[in-house]
Ligand binder design. Structure first.
Ligand SMILES: NC(=O)c1ccc[n+]([C@@H]2O[C@H](COP(=O)([O-])OP(=O)(O)OC[C@H]3O[C@@H](n4cnc5c(N)ncnc54)[C@H](OP(=O)(O)O)[C@@H]3O)[C@@H](O)[C@H]2O)c1
Length: 353
């Protein structure tokens, strides 16, 4: 198959550089351009490196960044992977979709629109069809979003447990990595040796996004899930990987063994379709008393292309009719660029690209 030409927007940032990493030698996609602000115009990617755990190909390091030019992107690329900040992403992404580009975005602007899928393919692959409701679809352009990075990690186990045991309530507390704030993120003097129990708009986003992701599509509208979700968010001095504690109440009683079995055996459409970035096991359950840990588990996921794409659950316990557990997921991979690439792979399998 001829590879699909893709633009990376925000290529000098945390998410944009994960996109470049994941798109090197991708079986479906090839990068046709890397874009950022005027400040980065003309720089080589190698002059802007933010990701320290990946060795980029020379070809990537030598690529030049350009300032965003919607017309040029529409002329050269079928797809735009967006790692733009939300203060500018909304308008640029709409213009690209109107110009016939399929946009896979990490920004919050379009997530809650009635015609835009907020997609995690293992949870709500059917929502992808909503792109057909977008005005630009006839022209080939549409927008698909992925969720906030702390929403994505817990959406996977919540989906499984809701389907199996009928969740009524979920209380989540987050321990979120610094890379979740973008580069350079939180000032070192604020976060070193510290925990900050506030991330602007994060709790509100998680609550409404989970309702959309776990909800259903009826006709041409989203029906939010009835699971009551309450969230507390904190930033901790960890580089990558959001750890989250969950306290859940389910309608149907389940033993710890049944919960573990449901999580471990969970497979969905991306696994059946063998999409290149789909982890063989979307949820890995650790039995050790002190796992998951960001330092040990943030990059969980096989095969190599799905590194960082598995959520890792652990410390699964019951108290009366409450389930308690921890979940970890990589915020810039599964919760960011990796999630978007998986969304685009699903769109290829549906012949939307
Ligand atoms: N970090 C995460 O874990 C995570 C997870 C999920 C979603 N997200 C979302 O993904 C998006 C990107 O986050 P990030 O963490 O990658 O942020 P980041 O590290 O701050 O990167 C921002 C990128 O946007 C570019 N940019 C900024 N202003 C611009 C402008 N006026 N015109 C064109 N490009 C501009 C920057 O280019 P310059 O270098 O030229 O300024 C940079 O490439 C945000 O919407 C964020 O909420 C982040």
């Amino acid at each position: 198959m001829n590879k699909i030409k893709v633009a990376v927007l925000g290529a000098t940032g945390m998410i944009g550089q994960r996109f470049v990493q994941l798109l090197e030698d991708h079986p479906y996609f090839e990068i046709s351009g890397m874009y950022a602000s005027e400040r980065s115009d003309g720089k080589r990617l190698g002059e802007t490196l933010k990701i320290r755990d990946h060795e980029f190909l020379d070809e990537s390091l030598e690529s030049r960044i350009s300032a965003i030019d919607v017309k040029e992107i529409a002329r050269t690329s079928r797809v735009a992977f967006s790692g733009l900040p939300s203060d500018i992403a909304g308008g640029i992404e709409s213009e690209l979709a109107a110009a016939g580009v399929a946009v896979f975005s990490n920004a919050a602007n379009h997530r809650m629109r009635d015609d835009v899928p907020l997609l995690i393919p293992e949870c709500n692959a059917a929502h992808l069809d909503m792109v057909r409701e977008q005005g630009s679809f006839a022209n080939g352009g549409f927008i698909v979003t992925n969720a906030n990075c702390s929403t994505t990690g817990i959406a996977l186990p919540l989906k499984v447990l809701d389907d199996a045991f009928g969740l009524e309530m979920a209380i989540a507390s987050t321990y979120q990595a610094i890379s979740g704030a973008g580069y350079p993120g939180v000032p070192s003097l604020d976060i070193l040796g510290n925990v900050i129990p506030y991330i602007r708009n994060e709790e509100e986003k998680m609550e409404i996004e989970l309702a959309k992701i776990l909800g259903s599509v009826e006709g041409d509208r989203f029906v939010p899930s009835g699971v009551q979700v309450m969230v507390n968010c904190a930033r901790v001095p960890v580089v990558d990987g959001h750890l989250e504690s969950l306290v859940l109440r389910a309608g149907k009683d389940a033993s710890v063994e049944e919960i573990v079995k449901a999580l471990e055996e969970f497979r969905a459409e991306p696994q059946e379709l063998q999409l290149p970035s789909a982890p063989l096991r979307p949820i890995i359950v650790r039995r050790e008393a002190d796992r998951p840990q960001p330092a040990l588990d943030a990059f969980a996921g096989e095969p190599a292309r799905a590194r960082g794409m598995s959520a890792v659950a652990g410390r699964i316990r019951k108290k009366e009719n409450y389930i308690k557990m921890f979940v970890l997921s990589h915020n810039t991979l599964r919760g960011g660029a990796g999630g978007s690439v998986l969304n685009a792979e699903l769109a290829v399998s549906r012949r939307l690209l």
